[in-house]
Design a protein around this ligand. Sequence first.
Ligand SMILES: Cc1cc2nc3c(=O)[nH]c(=O)nc-3n(C[C@H](O)[C@H](O)[C@H](O)COP(=O)(O)O)c2cc1C
Ligand code: SF4
Length: 505
Amino acid sequence: MKVYVPLDAAARALGADEVVAALQAEAMRRGVALDVVRNGSRGMVWLEPLVEVETPAGRMGFGPMEAASVAQVFDGGSLAIGLVEDLPWMKAQTRLTFARCGVIDPLSVEDYRAHGGFAGLARALAMRVEERLDEVTASGLRGRGGAGFPTGIKWRTVAGAVADRKYIVCNADEGDSGTFADRMIMEGDPLSLIEGMVIAGITVGATHGFVYLRSEYPDAIAVMNLAVLAARAAGMLGASVMGSGIAFDMEIRVGAGAYVCGEETSLLNSLEGKRGVVRAKPPLPALEGFMSKPTVVNNVISLATIPVIFERGAAAYAAHGIGRSRGTIPLQIAGNVARGGLFEAAFGMSLGEIVDDLAGGTATGRPVKAVQVGGPLGAYFPRMLFDVPFGYEEYAGQGGLIGHAGIVVFDESADMLAQARFAMEFCAIESCGKCTPCRIGAVRGAETIDRIARGDASAIPLLHDLCDTMKAGSLCALGGFTPYPVLSALTHFPDDFARVKEAAE
Ligand SMILES: Cc1cc2nc3c(=O)[nH]c(=O)nc-3n(C[C@H](O)[C@H](O)[C@H](O)COP(=O)(O)O)c2cc1C
Ligand code: SF4
């Protein structure tokens, strides 16, 4: 009997290891030979630990499983949820980047190969450098870390730079609130990230790569380190990638934990062993990055999407999406929701579909009040904006951003003045301190919101002025985008900023 139990950190936090131990004990008691594969998560976090049993018809799911209920895996029972691939959450997705996540054993090179792994790299190796750059550009892929910069342009800049050494740096700092796509793919399909980094390396002429991984992800760190060893043994990494004569190797580096170390220049300083302070641009990291050498800095999802682009072709990838937002995006649905998790979809879904249909509304059953999209620097969307299609320009047009596609839902009990204050406080705590609008502005921002909370409406124009200064004068997006959650809260939920005054009157 073959069963799958995720090794994913969320599944483990919900008891996956205890379920495995109970399954093994139960199998022994029954005299059943049990083959347990530790897979990645399918992304349906509300069903974790999700146990899957291989059957001739497909994989039967049982979840959320508890150690005390494992007999159901053998006998059936109320936790049986049918064939996993047939669940509406799975069927409605366009799984390109996450196609293998939850399906394969993340550390099995054979499993990876059997499910399309290495095909993208093989095709890339058969192309000339210029053709590879054209392929990435034609896919329309834009950085999934937050800024949405076209990946093809970034790679072309590094490819064109003349230097004795170049680097690929994968940004796995994943600091945005409510996001976990990077973690999930690193734990569930790490070889796809490695393959993407290899394709990046052979395309731009880099021979070494780093994954800068946050210390809060011990499971991902462990899986990635083992995956690098497996990739090296399989010839994907080393002096001659797949026998091509082109060298590329990589290593995992662990960051000590600071939101600003996800900002690419701060990350590079940290990677060099320095304090994680933002560098002024120019020079761009593409020209003077790690150790002042040309460096591609890309997010985990950007790089892990490269193999499928090369496997299926740029046109196939670009066929999905809307406007200038091509391909798919792993939506990460969190906060006060009935069903949280990861859902990969073509760009273009509305927040209404995501929050009401996919997530099933709030966990508390109260009406949704606001949705913060794009992490701590993202705007709060009220229900009247729930029709805006999920896309870079579409969200920017509403004073928001899609960032790393984190979607955090709040019910009507949320206090938006408190959320605005939290944004300023977060910025004050996480500021690297390099520039004044952020370092001082965020502290003044929290104080100004306190004045509003005490009923001083004259502080509202001051808050607008301060936000203008932070937007225009900050060196990086931490100070520059903190006004987005603040102003969206103020604009869409004015009552929350007036209520204390009314109470005082
Ligand atoms: C304060 C701040 C935090 C950031 N955190 C992350 C992060 O955790 N992960 C990430 O990939 N990008 C993060 N970014 C964006 C990076 O600076 C950079 O744009 C990205 O790594 C480039 O990769 P991409 O083009 O593939 O998105 C952050 C930016 C800022 C300003
Ligand atoms: S905006 Fe904040 S985090 Fe960014 S450089 Fe300025 S002080 Fe540092």
